[in-house]
Design a protein around this ligand. Structure first.
Ligand code: AMP
Length: 295
């Protein structure tokens, strides 16, 4: 199947090519036509399945044919549980807005950074990707309104509940119009997700993509039994002797993450710590360094 056969125009396909996508992933084949048709959707899929493009492509396809609205009413609202996910989703929207019929402004908002630039930048934004808490703050500051949205996407709905966003979600839902297209994505369909699905969607099409079986043959698992004081030196030995180009190391506390990164750096191993006590700016920078292979 091709992207064209899903009902996407060359405006979107041009970005698809630029991103290097050769053909749609199974979840995209199943969801893009549904969203284009205007029906509600409940997708069961994990991160890595290609679910972001599932809603980004058809929503922009439709939005580009609508008139520009220059005010503080958001058209498309995407809610996601973490800052990292919000940033990732916004990046995908930006990649797909490059070749549209008209300019569509998107914005990512999340907590942990100053609210002022987000307030100032809101005028004329049509697609907003947000974490629930910061979105509520912005609405209280009258920076925007979600009372006229035409599309709602809730990504990683199960994680929203796990992270305790239920109250914020309820407040936000009360501010939305009842007539809108709703797309929900979740890794699991637990009771809470079922409940929100029932509340928000009308006869949703259910699409489920099973997580691919992990190919265990490609993974070598090893355990080393070492004493507490030998852990650090042993890790450095492993990284150097086994010529490990990149490694992700999990620690039990933010302090030990910081200490470990410092020790590694002292031993000329470019390392960085990422955890919830760091500012968003430094977390993003550190993750970028890791992705680009500097760390
Ligand atoms: P997601 O689950 O949305 O985070 O996507 C996982 C990864 O798959 C991202 O790096 C996407 O850029 C990539 N991806 C999404 N759709 C396709 C596709 N049709 N072909 C190749 N890569 C894709």
């Amino acid at each position: 199947m091709s992207f064209e056969s899903l009902g996407l125009s060359h405006h979107i396909i041009k970005s698809v090519r630029k991103l290097g996508f050769l053909k749609p992933f199974p979840i995209q084949e199943q969801t893009v036509p549904v969203i284009l048709s205007g029906k509600d959707l409940m997708g069961i899929a994990q991160t890595g399945s290609g679910k972001t493009a599932c809603f980004v492509m058809p929503i922009l396809e439709k939005l580009q044919n609508e008139d520009v609205k220059k005010d503080r009413n958001i058209q498309v609202l995407v809610l996601a549980p973490t800052r990292e996910l919000v940033i990732q989703i916004d990046e995908v929207f930006r990649a797909f807005t490059e070749n549209l019929k008209r300019e569509i402004r998107t914005m990512a908002v999340y907590g942990g950074v100053s609210i002022n630039p987000q307030m100032k930048g809101m005028f004329g934004v049509e697609v907003l990707v947000a974490t629930p808490g910061r979105l509520l703050d912005l609405i209280e500051h009258k920076a925007l309104s979600i009372s006229k949205i035409s599309h709602l996407v809730i990504d990683e709905a199960d994680k929203m509940f796990q992270l305790g966003f239920e109250e914020e979600m309820n407040k936000l839902i009360a501010m939305m119009p009842s007539k809108k297209q709703t797309v929900l994505f979740s890794a699991t369909l637990n009771d809470k997700v079922q409940e929100i699905k029932k509340r928000l969607t009308i006869n949703p099409v259910l699409v489920e993509i099973k997580a691919e079986e992990v190919d265990l043959d490609k993974i070598t698992q090893l355990a080393y039994h070492v004493t507490e004081e030998r852990k650090g030196p042993f890790l450095r030995y492993l990284l150097k002797e086994k010529n490990i180009r990149q490694a992700l190391v999990f620690t039990s506390s933010t302090r030990s993450a910081d200490n470990l990164a410092e020790k590694l750096k002292k031993n000329k191993i470019p390392a960085t710590a990422v955890h919830g006590k760091k500012s968003q700016g430094s977390r993003s920078g550190n993750l970028r360094g890791f992705k680009e292979g500097e760390t």
